[in-house]
Design a protein around this ligand. Structure first.
Ligand SMILES: Nc1ncnc2c1ncn2[C@@H]1O[C@H](COP(=O)(O)OP(=O)(O)O)[C@@H](O)[C@H]1O
Ligand code: SF4
Ligand SMILES: [Mg+2]
Length: 356
């Protein structure tokens, strides 16, 4: 592999081609019931009434702390978990309603890359066998044709075709993730969910894999949902970003606007944790943990940790409102509070905090 010195850090992605949404998520909820002996099952609303879209050829970054519902969202888009409510339209089909053969056909055009490459590369098989499997099962390719295609795919992700007969443990973490990407694109999918796909890698390897994903997107017109708990990672690959908190999307917008002028106190706190010598504002420490998703607070989900909490925040869930510069934010500061008149969040004095 190239040394890190040769690998340019990712910049902003090339603009996505102007076309309509490939993925349209409306009012989606996903509920898990956790059975407990001698007690009523706990109902966890892992995804709570979310809406967003991803344009054809676009990368939509989804960020938020661990447990906020990002993976469940990604899985629901591919119908790997059932939706309790709402719709997920991909290329004109409501995925939540697909069954049997129609679902299997749709799934070929939607793939997932996970944090752990062993989720898709069988440790006891050669990488050629793992990458060839979908080609043999779905495309009914002969062994020879599948092998040729595997070599092509391995080269496409920047590795040598001769690596095909090695086992996953013989590769570095970054190389293994490249091979997992090769398997994900084997069937020419239009839509790929990358769930923390680079989160376990060191920074220079992250940059290499992000550059690879960006190159594949531009070359094959792929559309990505790029999930990560780390905002710094998402910034460099995403055209637009969604910020998730306790099952809800609290802010969306063009990546540049969200990073330079965050409109939600939670986004601002996440951003302040990223070291940036150019930024003068103080670090906002997020106190406490994510509340138990089985017992979310009434009203705004962020109220227990927000420095600007008002009475209305404890009564009503804030509705999404349009933000200057693009996107939407769900926060009462914008609809009932002091930023209603257009004051930026950074101009507000820190409020009394949730304990007051
Ligand atoms: N299969 C499952 N069964 C029960 N609860 C789950 C399941 N998957 C996720 N959850 C719960 O749903 C919430 C969101 O989880 P997840 O989507 O994995 O968040 P993230 O990817 O943002 O870390 C968490 O409270 C998690 O415990
Ligand atoms: S100001 Fe209110 S609505 Fe906005 S994030 Fe804080 S608690 Fe939520
Ligand atoms: Mg996750």
């Amino acid at each position: 592999m190239k040394s890190s010195a040769e690998v340019p850090a990712p910049g902003s992605p090339e603009p996505a081609p102007a076309s309509g949404p490939l993925v349209d998520v409306r009012d989606l909820s996903v509920v898990f019931r956790k059975r407990r002996t001698l007690a009523a099952p706990r109902i966890v609303r892992a995804v709570n009434d979310i809406s967003f879209h991803i344009d054809q050829g676009e990368t939509f970054g989804l960020v938020g702390e661990s447990g906020s519902g990002k993976s469940t969202t990604g899985r629901a888009l591919l119908k790997l978990v059932p939706a309790a409510a709402g719709s997920v339209t991909v290329a004109g089909h409501d995925v939540t309603r697909l069954r049997g053969k129609a679902l299997r056909t749709a799934r070929r055009s939607m793939q997932m890359v996970f944090q752990d490459p062993y989720s898709s590369l069988d440790p006891s098989s050669t990488v050629a066998a793992s990458i060839a499997e979908p080609l043999i099962v779905h495309e009914k390719l002969s062994g020879r044709a599948a092998r040729e295609r595997v070599h092509e795919l391995i080269e496409m992700v920047g590795l040598r075709a001769s690596y095909a007969d090695r086992y996953p443990y013989e590769f570095s973490g970054g190389q293994r993730q490249r091979l997992a990407i090769a398997r994900a694109i084997a069937l020419n999918p239009g839509f790929v969910v990358c769930d923390e796909a680079v989160s376990a890698l060191d920074v220079s390897t992250q940059n290499q894999v992000i550059n690879l994903l960006e190159r594949l997107r531009a070359e094959f017109g792929l559309t990505y949902l790029f999930i990560a708990h780390d905002l710094a990672i998402v910034r460099h690959i995403s055209h637009r970003v969604g910020v998730m908190y306790l099952g809800r999307i609290v802010e969306t917008g063009p990546a540049e606007r969200v990073y330079t002028a965050p409109a939600h106190p939670y986004t601002r706190a996440l951003l302040s944790a990223i070291p940036d010598p150019r930024r003068k504002s103080e670090r906002i420490v997020l106190e406490g943990d994510l509340p138990d998703p089985a017992r979310p607070p009434v009203g705004c989900p962020f109220q227990t940790r927000c420095g600007h909490v008002m009475d209305i925040c404890r009564q009503r869930v804030p509705e999404p409102t349009v933000v200057e510069g693009g996107g939407e934010v769900s926060c009462h500061l914008q609809t009932s509070g002091p930023t209603l008149a257009g004051a930026p969040l950074s101009a507000l004095p820190k409020g009394p905090g949730p304990a007051a």
